[in-house]
Design a protein around this ligand. Structure first.
Ligand code: NAX
Length: 331
């Protein structure tokens, strides 16, 4: 057992996803059953969320988790990121009534410059950062650009929930368990333009589009369900996905720490190196393999048909628009 706890900061820890997430981290599901953890729970400096955070800490205590060594509650970002090995940036402003997506992008941008700087100045030397708060790709790009001393490959944003959604839909359509579906893959932006790839995914070892021979379903219903799933959950629950998002984040981090099995990959939003026609510097979802030692690579050489290429180009165009909106925050 490594006796030193892994220090994990969670922003927005009193929010919905935070509440579904921190217990799973403390129970060992993110870093394994042998690794002690310390949680740094960060919220905005306002009475209600800080009070709620105290309640979360009390519940954490009431679980008597064997691996949980320390819980820090703070609204001071620098104190919150002090010496952390992982910074999970979940907190963000939700889109308010009458607010345009562009306003949301600009408002949230400011949060991620401040957090990027604080991570740069205070976090542990090996810090790794995952952005969940939306628009997560662009927020990740902002945080990365605000933390010049942290290597850029340490930053990622989350499309794992979208990947899991795509995997589940393909399994349901093919009438097989989800374990039969491998390499469900999301390209592009974590937004309604995201591209769930039905060609490079496999079902029982064969390309999904050779098992599900209904092109109209793949290009229509499948795309729509995966792209619009977040909105469908809000319609059904009255609030956005939280438990499934927390679950996806547990898997995102765990899989970045573990060697990816041979022949497989995971959807991770990382800084583009120009692969697959995505302009370098944008943070886009790619097929990624991790080496288990902190490194990862974008899987090269996958083929995209004309339909998927067109969809990816549209998603990349959206990422470029977002980039233009926050250009003043990119240094
Ligand atoms: P909630 O509104 O329940 O919680 C957000 C929390 O963040 C609040 O407690 C708020 O006080 C806090 N917060 C806001 N600004 C902060 C700051 N500067 N520092 C620290 N804390 C701050 O939202 P929740 O449902 O938990 O969702 C959080 C974010 O995840 C949202 O931006 C949401 O859009 C995004 N999502 C991203 C997903 C993804 O796959 N990448 C899926 C789920 C989710 O929609």
């Amino acid at each position: 057992m490594n006796p030193a706890p892994v220090r994990v900061a969670v922003t927005g820890a009193a929010g919905q996803i935070g509440y579904a997430l921190v217990f799973r981290i403390a129970s060992g599901q993110m870093f394994g059953p042998d690794r002690p953890v310390a949680l740094h729970l960060i919220e905005v400096p306002a009475e209600k969320p800080m009070q709620a955070l105290k309640g979360v800490a009390m519940e954490l205590e009431d679980c008597a988790f064997p691996l949980l060594r320390d819980v820090v509650l703070t609204s001071d970002t620098k104190a919150g990121f002090q010496d952390v090995n992982w910074a999970l940036l979940v907190g963000a402003k939700p889109r308010g009534p009458g607010m345009e997506r562009n306003d949301l992008i600009k408002e949230n941008g400011g949060i991620f410059t401040g957090q990027g700087r604080a991570i740069n100045d205070a976090a542990a030397e090996d810090v790794r950062v995952v952005v969940v708060g939306n628009p997560c790709n662009t927020n990740c790009m902002i945080a990365m650009n605000s933390a010049p001393e942290v290597p850029r490959e340490r930053f990622s944003a989350m499309t794992r929930l979208d990947q899991n959604r795509a995997q589940a839909q393909l399994a349901r359509k093919a009438g097989v368990p989800t374990t039969q579906v491998k390499n469900a893959l999301i390209w592009g932006n974590h937004s309604a333009t995201q591209v769930p790839d039905f060609h490079n995914a496999t079902i029982g070892g064969k390309p999904a589009d050779q098992v599900i021979r209904e092109r109209a379903w793949l290009e229509g219903e499948f795309f729509k369900v995966v792209q619009q799933r977040g909105a469908a959950i809000i319609t059904a629950r009255g609030v956005s996905s939280a438990a499934s998002a927390a679950n996806a984040l547990v898997e995102h981090v765990r899989d970045l720490c573990t060697p990816t099995p041979k022949g497989e990959w995971r959807s991770v939003c990382v800084r583009s190196d120009g692969s697959y026609g995505v302009p370098a510097g944008l943070v886009s979802s790619f097929p990624v393999r991790a080496d288990g030692k902190g490194g990862w690579e974008i899987v090269s050489g996958l083929a995209l048909d004309a339909f998927l290429q067109r969809k990816l180009a549209a998603s990349v165009a959206e990422l470029q628009q977002e980039q233009a909106l926050v250009a003043h925050l990119l240094g």
